[in-house]
Design a protein around this ligand. Structure first.
Ligand SMILES: C[S@@+](CC[C@H](N)C(=O)[O-])C[C@H]1O[C@@H](n2cnc3c(N)ncnc32)[C@H](O)[C@@H]1O
Length: 242
């Protein structure tokens, strides 16, 4: 049940202020179980679309967290964990007493396009609720950020981490914040760090290649992101020379 660096960093971003935390696309449920181990006061919901994963998870949870189990339906808030086998995009709190409570949806380990679909759908399904989203796409971070700018969500916090030579952005947004989500990030950057400069270089190389295809539907977005990353790179270079 040991978390890797990425999941640990995500877990550490979660304050103990929510009524419900949804470990969406939970797979083996490592993240949600770390929250249960921490004895977080929220009900932890494990959601995955694959039924054998949820069946297996039910056994593991019953073994390690039996006393916390809630056998109630999605509509009641009385237990510390529940499992659900359905599409994340279908979560609808409207008909339940949970609507007026504080929810955090964690969407990690899936691509940017999927994250954009899930966030949009969850906001559409639950317009009256106070929602937060903790996002960690496996790629296309600027696509996620670009999409977040179109939604009624503001930035709470953001972080850049490296695990096994791969970089991940962790982005916490909420319906309560009015702070703009920047296309290439803002407060996550520590430009004096070699790892952050490495991430900038990698991303710029990737975007430079993408810009070779002028017909790509995301060409304008790539171009805008390229300009902003270049500006950050200049800033990073000036940090180095100081
Ligand atoms: C790579 S795992 C991510 C696990 C974990 N969140 C992480 O960050 O390590 C992706 C999981 O997403 C689940 N998934 C994909 N689409 C889904 C959907 N529409 N609704 C619920 N789960 C979904 C898959 O079944 C799989 O278990």
């Amino acid at each position: 049940m040991k978390l890797g660096k990425r999941l640990r960093a995500i877990e550490q971003q979660i304050p103990d202020e929510f009524d419900h935390i949804w470990d969406c696309c939970c797979d083996h449920g490592l993240l949600g179980m770390a929250l249960l181990k921490r004895q977080i006061k929220a009900t932890v919901h494990f959601v995955d679309i694959v039924d054998c994963l949820i069946n297996e998870l039910n056994l593991t949870l019953a073994q390690y967290f039996l006393n916390n189990h809630s056998v109630t339906s999605i509509n009641q808030r009385s237990g510390l964990w529940q499992t659900h086998c359905f599409d994340v995009a279908s979560i609808d709190l409207k008909s339940s007493s949970m609507q007026s409570q504080k929810h955090l949806f964690i969407l990690a380990g899936v691509g940017g396009d999927k994250i954009n679909t899930f966030v949009t759908q969850l906001l559409t399904n639950n317009p009256q609720s106070e929602l937060s989203f903790l996002l960690c796409p496996v790629h296309h971070n600027y696509k996620v950020r670009n999409h977040l700018q179109t939604l009624p969500l503001g930035l709470e916090n953001e972080l850049l981490i490296e695990e096994n030579k791969r970089f991940y952005e962790i982005i916490l947004v909420s319906t309560q914040s009015r702070e703009k989500v920047e296309l290439v990030g803002n407060k996550m950057w520590q430009l004096q760090l070699g790892t952050h400069q490495q991430y900038l270089d990698n991303t710029l190389t990737y975007l430079t290649n993408k810009l070779k295809n002028k017909n790509h539907p995301d060409f304008n977005l790539y171009r805008q992101a390229h300009v902003e990353y270049r500006q950050l790179q200049q800033l990073a270079k000036s940090c180095l020379t100081k």
